[in-house]
Design a protein around this ligand. Structure first.
Ligand code: FAD
Length: 394
């Protein structure tokens, strides 16, 4: 019997799921991606764009109509509501019942939450913002550059730190580093808190070695752009000449409107199967056939922290869910499990990156290892971009 599988969101996780499913199921099975944007956006390129390494928009975004696999149906509409009980998806123009739903709608950016963010803070987490930051950095010769993390959690915990380190290296190459102060302000207690104290200390050392000031436990309340000032919840304030920020994140509105979130603000899922669960401490599901993967999903780790929002996790979860859906369709008994492991490459400037590998399901806390920075790791990081060649026509 033919089945319809709807994938909500055509980002890193959603398109991985679509390709994995299409590779395993014959054409009579309908696999449709519902995506509100015209293009796939690959966020890791943003931090390379800010230092002018990515001037070509084609390595940041690719129109979905250029997908090589024409047997993946793309519905260019916005998901408005999901009924997980009846497995029905409502878009801005139609209602689609289906057999399986994979929610891969990522995290949304909510800059409006911080007064002054819009208008006075350059957004590190969007394409236009990344290009604007590069224009400013190119002409910046003197003064203070502040990197701001507005709220947690946010996508890719190392990214703003990498952006600061790449900027530091960029200013050094320009010969103006001695006249440029670089500072990071964040509500976090340490860099990448989920990775543990040791990784935080290693990161602090890297920042110190690059003469980057670090202000943890600084939660911004307001940006007064007319006087180039930021105010924080701890009653301190600071001035800047150039402000680059990561806006607050949250689940897309339609997810909250569908009552799918819990106290984390995201969709609680089973840590191995990615099925939506009722309560984080009771790993039971009310909605068989409905999954959430990637940044929109919340997985509570054994130390109480949430699994970080990373593309490598979205990708692996997509494969696990795809294999399990296919097993179910074919009536096989086998099932696959996401294991909480992942590798990332952290840019530290000077064409180097440090490989970080983590087992986030380790007990009693995630086990993360950070290698010494190397040029090989930076090259390995560029391999991610191969998805453009794999998925899209040039
Ligand atoms: C600067 C930066 C650097 C990063 N570097 C790395 C890295 O080196 N390694 C790594 O592993 N991760 C990295 N990440 C994180 C990674 O990009 C994300 O974790 C990943 O994109 C999550 O995939 P996703 O499919 O869950 O969400 P997304 O890729 O955000 O895709 C979600 C999609 O859903 C769509 N959508 C949302 N709402 C709706 C709706 N209502 N209707 C229809 N469509 C909708 C969105 O338009 C979007 O296309 C980085 C992120 C940033 C910002």
């Amino acid at each position: 019997m033919n089945k319809t599988i709807l994938i909500l969101g055509g980002g890193w996780g959603g398109l991985t799921a679509a390709h994995a499913l299409r590779g395993m199921l014959a054409s009579e099975y309908r696999i449709a991606v519902i995506e509100k944007r015209q293009s796939f956006v690959f966020y890791p390129s943003f931090i390379r764009a800010i230092i002018g390494e990515k001037t070509d928009l084609n390595y940041i975004e690719s129109p979905l109509k250029k997908l090589l696999r024409k047997d993946i149906e793309v519905i260019n509409e916005e998901v408005i509501r999901i009924n997980p009980e009846t497995r029905t998806v409502y878009t801005n123009s139609q209602t689609i019942p289906c057999d399986f739903i994979i929610i891969a709608m990522g995290a949304e950016l909510y800059p409006d939450i911080i007064p002054g963010f819009n208008g006075f803070c350059l957004n590190l987490y969007d394409t236009q913002g990344a290009f604007e930051i590069h224009q400013k950095l190119k002409n910046f010769t003197k003064g203070k550059i502040a990197f701001l993390i507005a709220r947690t959690p946010f996508r890719c915990p190392p990214a703003p730190y990498e952006a600061a380190l790449l900027t530091e290296s960029f200013m050094r190459k320009k010969g103006v580093r001695q006249d440029v102060e670089i500072s990071i302000y964040t509500p976090e207690k340490q860099p990448m808190p989920v990775a543990g104290q040791q990784i935080g200390e290693a990161f602090n050392q890297i920042l110190k070695a690059h003469n980057i000031n670090y202000y943890p436990e600084h939660s911004v309340t307001k940006i007064e752009g007319d006087s180039n000032k930021m105010l924080f919840a701890n009653n301190t304030e600071t001035n800047y000449d150039l402000l680059v920020g990561v806006p607050p994140h949250g689940a897309p509105k339609s997810i909250a409107d569908s009552a799918l979130t819990d106290s984390t603000g995201y969709i609680p899922v089973h840590p191995q199967t990615m099925q939506i669960i009722d309560k984080a401490d009771e790993l039971t599901t009310r909605y068989p056939g409905v999954f959430a993967i990637g940044d929109v999903a919340a997985i509570r780790l054994l130390n109480g922290a949430l699994l970080p929002k990373g593309g490598v996790f979205a990708e692996e979860q997509a494969h696990v869910v795809a294999r399990n859906i296919v097993s179910q369709i074919k009536g096989e008994k086998t099932s696959d499990a996401f294991n909480g492991k992942g590798i990332c490459y952290v840019d530290v400037g000077d064409d180097m990156a440090a490989e970080g590998s983590g087992d986030f399901y380790a007990y009693p806390a995630p086990h993360v290892n950070l290698e010494m920075p190397s040029k090989e790791s930076r090259k390995a990081k560029h391999e991610f971009e191969r998805i453009f060649e794999l998925w899209f026509k040039k």
